[in-house]
Ligand binder design. Structure first.
Ligand code: TRP
Length: 336
């Protein structure tokens, strides 16, 4: 039996933060070491383009994202690690998939609907105000990413589940018209992957501007941790672990017995200042080696570039023949 193909994409916007690390990067890096699956991990830079009008920012984010994944030990011998825009088969395939994708299906995409709802709320005369075709067609590009490599499993956050379901729909429609060529993928939603709160207690997210960058220098890391919002209980007063951002972050890094010990210290009234200092030291120790590697990699963009290009070569060994088969199936053929 051939191995299961597991594939996931990382949109190259912003700087990776602690929430990205515990929710997505850490589990994916661990999975990349498994030899019983074929793993595909890629920088989704065409997806980043949807929201980006800052070319230098996009390039910088691609560099930071790739350096992050490599510094944390993504196994590029086992897994295939590449950049979406290095695979010309993907946009070509996207166009072909457009021809079997119902517009009505895209009308139902959460991201598109949210953009329309925001326009309506703002009293705009045009519900599509400011909405690009790229935003509207985003799920088709994502379907091409997934279907191009015959992925069986797609680990994603809950917010991306609908997109994977759309990819299933699109694959089934394609197969219905042109024969059983595409693999119908399944989303894998990490039910127990941690969702971290940010500095202000809301979910850590770059849209809330409340993030702690994963590889912030130690001094800055400490400063940010000191800024995390707490209640006003004094040292000596027993504290709740439930709903406490500091506890949540500690829990995402520490071992079971350490977490248990910390629970007891909450009950015993540990002070917020002391706790923040300890949390900083714990996370700093956990990340410092990877941070050094990250800094080395960031300073060597040529090296990262060559890693991505050799990943793209491996990816295209799969994409090129599949696209040839697809072109044949849909009638894009040589005439003689
Ligand atoms: N849209 C995904 C996100 O924002 C990233 C992504 C692009 C992706 N293509 C993909 C994820 C294919 C899984 C499979 O998180």
């Amino acid at each position: 039996m051939s191995k299961q193909v597991v594939l996931t994409g990382i949109t190259t916007t912003g700087t990776p933060h602690l929430g990205n690390y515990v929710g997505a990067i850490r589990p994916a890096v661990e999975a990349s070491r498994r030899s019983d699956v074929d793993g595909y991990y890629f920088m989704a830079d065409y997806h980043a383009l949807v929201k980006n009008t800052d070319p230098d920012g996009l390039q910088q984010s691609s560099l930071e994202q790739a350096a992050t994944w490599l510094a944390l030990g993504l196994d590029t011998k086992t897994a295939v690690f590449y950049r979406q825009s290095d695979i010309p088969e993907i946009p070509e395939f996207t166009w072909i998939l457009n021809s079997v994708t119902a517009k009505g299906l895209m009308n139902r995409a959460h991201a598109y609907k949210a953009a329309v709802a925001a326009n309506e709320l703002a009293g705009s005369r045009d519900p599509d105000q400011g909405i690009t075709m790229a935003l509207f067609c985003y799920p088709v590009l994502m379907a091409a990413d997934i279907l191009m490599f015959r992925a069986n499993k797609v680990p994603v956050g809950k917010d991306q589940q609908q997109h994977v379901e759309m990819a299933r729909d699109i694959a089934q429609r394609f197969n219905h018209h042109f024969g059983e060529i595409l693999v119908v993928p399944e989303a894998v939603i990490g039910e127990n992957t941690a969702v971290l709160s940010g500095l202000d207690g809301r979910k850590m997210s770059k849209s809330y501007n409340n993030t702690i960058p994963l590889f912030a220098p130690a001094k800055r890391l400490r400063k940010l941790i000191m800024k995390i919002k707490t209640n006003s209980l004094e040292p000596g007063e027993p504290k709740e672990t439930e709903g406490c951002t500091l506890f949540e972050i500690y829990q995402a890094f520490a071992t079971e017995p350490e977490v248990e010990a910390m629970r007891r210290r909450y009950a015993g009234g540990i002070g917020w200042g002391e706790l923040k200092q300890e949390l900083f030291e714990y996370i700093d120790a956990h990340l410092c080696e990877a941070r050094e590697e990250y800094n080395r990699l960031i300073a060597a963009p040529d090296h990262i570039e060559s890693v991505l290009l050799s990943g793209a070569e491996r990816a295209r060994e799969v994409a090129t023949p599949l696209l040839a088969e697809i072109r044949q199936a849909v009638g894009i053929r040589r005439l003689g």
